[in-house]
Design a protein. Structure first.
Length: 290
């Protein structure tokens, strides 16, 4: 029990991106071990979670539009995906909260999956090809292209030189376009779907519109359903007349907090991340941990 509690505590201290990395790695290890120990076919477990190209098969496992992003085809596949996710998320979570991160991540995975499904059922180049989609790349590309679009002139250090984020984003998209006819077409199509989502999300958020608000509300509703089911159906309710006043105070405090975040983000958009003071950077970092 002590070890279990220790693991739970350490997991709880991770940020949302690190938790997703741990979940991906855990799924990869469990899948690999079960296939080896039980001498199962390589795709025995994965086939229930991968995204198939056929609409007829997809209808029978609609959950695969999300679950495909948690399975990987080999060590190098998951290794490079998690490395890119780790470094991209550090910039993202220094700017915005985990709510936005989850919106972009999962909507990126869904967008990549939808573009894969449509492409493999519309374009003659893919007719007759039996294919399926796995990997977190589309979701990660959504995160990467989001920050490259939101902070295009922000420079990052790569080995011995600095490079602007928009150059990195443009390079990744260009590579996917060039490699599209050369191999792993389904993967590159999914990357482009995730990239498109990240680009549009960032542009709309700069305009003041959160296109992921509906998705976020849906996920919150689902989470509330499960949390309510764990509570006892019988309970004593004590009404506190002072609660509405406290609620208004909390709401006002939350609005002021968001105004500070918006003001800092506006400053970044106009002058770049380096224009922030140490206090402003610390404030954003703490906000990203919430």
């Amino acid at each position: 029990m002590g070890i279990t509690n220790d693991i739970r505590y350490k997991f709880s201290t991770l940020n949302i991106a690190e938790k997703i990395i741990v979940i991906n790695v855990a799924i990869f290890i469990i899948d690999t071990l079960l296939v080896f120990l039980l001498q199962l076919p390589g795709d025995y477990i994965m086939r229930w979670f991968e995204l198939p190209k056929s609409f007829n098969v997809f209808i029978l496992q609609p959950w695969s539009l999300v679950t495909y992003a948690f399975f990987h085809g080999g060590f190098m596949h998951i290794f490079w995906n998690m490395i890119l996710l780790y470094f991209s998320s550090r910039i993202f979570l220094n700017l915005l909260s985990k709510k936005y991160f989850l919106n972009v991540y999962f909507l990126g995975a869904i967008s990549g999956g939808i573009l894969f499904l449509l492409s493999y059922n519309i374009f003659p180049a893919f007719s007759g090809i039996n294919s399926s989609l796995i990997g977190a790349s589309a979701a990660i590309m959504a995160i990467l292209i989001f920050i490259c679009t939101y902070l295009p002139n922000q420079e990052v250090r790569i080995i011995f030189f600095n490079i602007k984020l928009w150059y990195i984003g443009a390079l990744f998209v260009l590579l996917d376009l060039i490699q599209l006819p050369l191999g792993n077409s389904g993967g590159h199509i999914a990357h482009l779907g995730g990239s498109l989502l990240g680009f549009v999300y960032a542009k709309k958020l700069q305009e003041g519109t959160d296109i992921g608000a509906g998705f976020s509300n849906l996920m919150s509703s689902v989470g509330n359903m499960f949390s309510k089911s764990k509570k006892s159906p019988l309970k004593t309710v004590h009404k506190n007349k002072q609660r509405p006043k406290a609620s208004r105070n909390n709401k006002a405090s939350g609005n002021e907090h968001q105004k500070q975040i918006d003001a800092i983000l506006d400053k970044i958009s106009k002058s770049g991340y380096e224009s922030l003071s140490k206090e402003e950077k610390d404030f954003l970092f703490k906000a990203g941990k919430e």
